[in-house]
Design a protein around this ligand. Sequence first.
Ligand code: ADP
Length: 183
Amino acid sequence: MKHTVAIYPGSFDPLTNGHLDLIDRGSKIFDELVVAILRNPEKAALFSLEERVTMLEQQTGRWKNVRVDSFEGLLVDYALRQKAQAVLRGIRAISDYEYELQMALMNRKLEPRLETVFMMPAEAYSYLSSRLVKEIARLGGSVHGLVPESVEERLRRRVNGVAPADGRGHSLRASKEKARRSG
Ligand code: ADP
């Protein structure tokens, strides 16, 4: 019998409830789902790779066919090493479509055996992104219900100046204070 493996790649900086919604849906249609964090030295992240792996592992333990990994380089090469047949991506709104279509077609050109599967999250998560969550947290707003509670706590600590290794936490605190002062 065919064993289907899919890769769900992303930055997951940080993990949101929208990501979890997609993981839940993906885990139901694939035999195995690998949530793969892209290691991208060019993209400054709020959370280190280790932190992102920990957040994902803590939240995905409930699905027996989901595992967490990270990769560098071309997604298609990584997918082949994992013996995956599909890449899972989320489409929230039309605005996601153009970029995702371009990526999917380019990946198909690079590796025609790999299919990209798009899934839509529950409506409640269709406006949710890691970028917005970080912005709200930096400005002192509540992200309750948008991310798991443990992620909420980590965000609070990080924007309040508990710096990652590169010391970026201080500039975050400064921008939060600036935002508060300017009302
Ligand atoms: P990337 O930098 O690859 O976009 P993200 O972590 O932002 O990494 O997103 C990874 C994948 O999860 C993408 O396919 C994105 O469209 C999807 N995604 C992100 N947020 C949501 C959400 N709220 N609902 C559904 N899919 C989402």
